[in-house]
Structures are given as structure tokens and as C-alpha cells.
Design a protein around this ligand. Structure first.
Ligand code: DC
Length: 222
């Protein structure tokens, strides 16, 4: 089985790139951020205090989180209920770095991620994919992008989703999340060893996809 790992900061364009690359190659797309968001949604819609690590861990372990690739689109299910839209709410975004900092929450989700790759070629995207989840990935990619450009892109997405915000707020939120995700104790965001670094600040989505596909086509038999 072939494993392509894509890591990078929030809003760097890694999700769109990973989804399109997976679609082109007929690989399974694993959006691990969506799984951490699903775990966060479970907590926020329960009576459990998000700061109560043990109760959060138990609640998440007792839940069924799954990703379904459906005609090029990814659906996120919690206990078989479609939460694809709900996991993108500003409230979930605000708490996801806290919930994903808990070691045993991570261990549970990493187990699910590895199981998905057992019988599939995958493009797996997140923060710790090339470092922890699949350290032996066939190709490791790290996507970077300036904070200004990431904030502009994120603002457009949020405007489309009719969320009322502004560039400065979006920038602060991205910075806060980057800091928490890269400074946390367990599986922080890092550039994996031997990763190809792609800076998307001045790239269009098609160009990002093309760069990744070129790397993958350098593998024998793909
Ligand atoms: O990719 P995203 O912005 O949807 O991810 C949401 C959060 O989930 C991110 O801020 C940190 C966490 N995350 C993580 O800790 N590890 C991953 N492999 C993917 C995401």
C-alpha cells in the first residue's frame, strides 16, 4: 500500500491539495484534522468540561468517529450521524487545539488512522502524519504558507460560510492555533525528516496539486 503524508500549518492549503490529489489517484483521503474536530464537537455537545482531560478521553474513546469518502467528497460521521458541517464551526475551531493536545485522545485517533491505511493507498493530511502516524510514508510533504496569505484564504472560506469576522481576527486565531499545535507536548507540528517542503504562498491550488503529483509520479509503479 502507498502512503502519502501531508503536514502543515492551519490554512496552508493542505486539505484542498490532499483531497484533489487523492481524487486524481483514486487513493483514500484521510483528513485527520476533521477527526480531531469531530472529537471536539463530541465534547462540546456533551456535559463534559473540555479541560477535564480524563472525562474527555473517556467520552471520545466511547464514541464512533468515521470518515467516508463519497464520490470525491469526504463525510465525517459521529455515531453514524453526519457532522461534516458542524465540525467547521468557530466554536469547534476554538477548542480543537486543546482537545487534540490530550495524549490518549491522540492515541485513539491515530489507531483509527492507521487502520484506514491497512488496505488502502492513502493521502493522509494533518500535523503529525509524517512524524508519528506514518513515519515510513512513501512520500512526505510539508506545506507552508505565509500567515498573511493563510488568513486571507481562511477569511474567504469563512465569508462563504457566512461567518462574520475580519482579517485581523482570523490572523490572531491562526497564530494562536499554530502556536498551540507546534508547542504541545505530544506529537507537535514539526517538519518531518526527509520531507519535501512546498511553500504555497504564491501558488494556485492547481499548481500545488501538480507539485505533489510530480513527486508521487517519481515513485515506481504509480
Ligand atoms: O487541519 P485542521 O485545521 O482542520 O485541524 C484542526 C486541528 O486539529 C488543528 O488545529 C490541530 C489538530 N490536529 C492535530 O493535532 N493533529 C493532526 N494530525 C491534525 C489536526
Amino acid at each position: 500500500m502507498i502512503i502519502i503524508s501531508i503536514d502543515g500549518t492551519a490554512g496552508s492549503g493542505k486539505s484542498t491539495t490532499a483531497r484533489l490529489v487523492a481524487q486524481k489517484l483514486g487513493f483514500l483521503y484521510i483528513d485527520t484534522g476533521a477527526m480531531y474536530r469531530a472529537a471536539t464537537l463530541i465534547v462540546l455537545t456533551s456535559d463534559v468540561d473540555p479541560h477535564d482531560k480524563n472525562s474527555v478521553t473517556k467520552l471520545v474513546h466511547d464514541s464512533d468517529i468515521s470518515l467516508v469518502n463519497n464520490k470525491g467528497e469526504l463525510k465525517v460521521l459521529v455515531n453514524k450521524i453526519d457532522v461534516t458541517k458542524d465540525i467547521r464551526s468557530p466554536k469547534v475551531t476554538g477548542f480543537v487545539s486543546l482537545i487534540s493536545s490530550y495524549r490518549r485522545v491522540r492515541e485513539y485517533l491515530v489507531g483509527l488512522q492507521r487502520a484506514m491505511a491497512e488496505n488502502n493507498n492513502v493521502v493522509c493530511e494533518g500535523r503529525d502524519i509524517g512524524t508519528v502516524v506514518f513515519p515510513n510514508a512513501d512520500i512526505k510533504i510539508y506545506i507552508d504558507c505565509s500567515l498573511e496569505e493563510r488568513a486571507k484564504r481562511r477569511l474567504l472560506d469563512l465569508k462563504r460560510a457566512q461567518v462574520n469576522t475580519n482579517l485581523e481576527k482570523v490572523k490572531q486565531e491562526l497564530e494562536r492555533r499554530d502556536k498551540m499545535d507546534s508547542k504541545r507536548e505530544f506529537s507537535p507540528l514539526r517538519i518531518p525528516e526527509c520531507a519535501e517542503i512546498i511553500d504555497t504562498t504564491n501558488l494556485k491550488i492547481e499548481e500545488q496539486v501538480e507539485r505533489v503529483l510530480d513527486l508521487i509520479h517519481s515513485l515506481e509503479g504509480v
